[in-house]
Design a protein around this ligand. Structure first.
Ligand SMILES: Cc1cc2nc3c(=O)[nH]c(=O)nc-3n(C[C@H](O)[C@H](O)[C@H](O)COP(=O)(O)OP(=O)(O)OC[C@H]3O[C@@H](n4cnc5c(N)ncnc54)[C@H](O)[C@@H]3O)c2cc1C
Length: 388
């Protein structure tokens, strides 16, 4: 307790999802007194549990490449370091090309991706078919393959970050909603929830698709909007596919789609609707499955008889340019944005958590400063991420 009549924390995080949970873990590990507040009853109940578990460093910009390379190091060594199995599987990612324009886009990106340390190469048709033997050979030109990418369980991973953070002394308050941000002389002072008031030196907005509403409590207009995406899982079949397969060809109704086989045999898949479906509605549509099924069978005819077991819908915390928003709020000292992770909030989580710790303890590195302009809250948002 401070001289004020409410408890005081070094850092308060709003949101116990795939960003808030690892951030709490890294802050608590560094000795900070941390409180995480979430309006839902347990960890990962917002967008995080709806992610399909893809983890890649294969992006088109240095910020996401660097952050995800670090995330992959953390995910892949997590069981060894902390004892919790999070279903990490290093199956790699493939981006497949059936048309010259996708081949050109993917090949152009390779230079930058390699420059930033990605283990990735272009495979011609024959070599690609060795990695993904069941991809449709008709019209196949080849694709990129990044063998160090993979997948893990968003629920297991987020729960593990949560448990480990709690072991290190972090507090989590569930079923509690942040309703007010108290600012004094331009500085974060406290927050009010529907239950209590808590003081803090730093406040992190990790509120996922609700980040705009949270920023509004500090009179900040943060361009993060909820963008609906649907996913599905099939019955389990014998193992035949290692990497995630991504097809970035736009088609009527969708701009890309991706799928992989989980280690337990199910195919898990997702599509990016075009135009975007904005809003907080998470009821599934009847148009998703016929649209994505048609595209998947086209790319992998072998999937035509597999049975779908369940579909679901969730929200991408979307930014206008497809890049996350990470950094200090302009006019409120101590307020840190960790939002707008779009379709990559699970894979960005651990790398972002460490970066947020470096913001808080004032230890940003020269490498951090190289990538921060790409995710800065005050950038002009006119760019476009090519591998959203
Ligand atoms: C179908 C689908 C597939 C996806 N696949 C992948 C994938 O393969 N790989 C990947 O990396 N990403 C994927 N994503 C994206 C990923 O799910 C999100 O980017 C990520 O979960 C965002 O994490 P977050 O912690 O920022 O948000 P969330 O998990 O939504 O957490 C935010 C939390 O903030 C809390 N909150 C908000 N406002 C308040 C308030 N006022 N008071 C208290 N609590 C509050 C909410 O209750 C919520 O729990 C997918 C998303 C969808 C929908």
């Amino acid at each position: 307790m401070t001289d004020l009549n409410y408890p005081h924390y070094d850092v308060i995080i709003i949101g116990a999802g795939s960003i808030g949970a690892p951030t709490a873990f890294f802050l608590a590990k560094a000795g900070f007194k941390v409180l995480v507040i979430d309006k839902f009853p347990s960890v990962g109940q917002g967008s995080s549990k709806r992610a399909i578990g893809g983890i890649r460093a294969t992006h088109s910009d240095p910020a996401k490449i660097r952050l995800c390379l670090r995330s992959i190091e953390i995910f892949s060594s997590w069981k060894e370091n902390y004892g919790d199995d999070i279903d990490w599987f290093k199956g790699g990612y493939t981006f497949v090309a059936f048309r010259d324009q996708e081949e050109k886009t993917l090949k152009e990106l390779l230079r930058k991706q390699k420059e930033f340390g990605l283990n990735i190469d272009w495979l011609d048709k024959e070599a690609f078919l060795e990695i993904v033997p069941d991809v449709n050979p008709d019209g196949l030109l080849g694709g990129t393959f990044s063998p160090d990418d993979g997948s893990a369980s968003p629920l297991l991973a987020t729960h593990s970050f949560y448990r480990q953070a709690v072991n290190l002394g972090a507090e989590f308050h569930f079923n509690e909603s942040v309703e007010e941000i108290i600012i004094s002389s331009g500085k974060i002072k406290a927050i009010k929830t529907n239950h209590a008031t808590y003081g803090s030196d730093f406040l992190i907005n990790a509120a996922g698709p609700w980040a705009k509403n949270v920023a509004k409590l500090a009179d900040i207009d943060l361009p993060v909007n909820p963008d609906s995406h649907e996913a599905a899982i099939t019955e389990s079949v014998a193992h035949f596919l290692d990497p995630m397969v991504v097809d970035i060809r736009p088609q009527p109704g969708s701009s890309n789609f991706y799928f992989y086989q989980h280690s337990t045999g199910q195919i898990i898949f997702c599509i990016t609707p075009k135009p975007n479906i904005w809003g907080f509605d998470v009821e599934e549509t009847s148009s998703f499955l016929p649209m994505v099924a048609k595209r998947m069978i086209e790319v992998m005819p072998r999937l035509q008889n597999i049975r779908v077991r369940r579909t679901w819908r969730g929200l991408y915390p979307m930014t206008p340019d497809g890049f996350p928003i990470i950094g200090w709020a302009k006019n409120v000292e101590g307020f840190l944005h960790a939002a707008g992770t779009c379709g990559q909030g699970f894979m960005l989580g651990p790398g972002m958590g460490e970066l947020l710790l470096r913001f808080v303890n004032n230890s940003l590195t020269a490498q951090d400063h190289e990538i921060l302009p790409f995710v800065a809250p005050d950038r002009d948002f006119s760019g476009q991420e090519l591998l959203k």
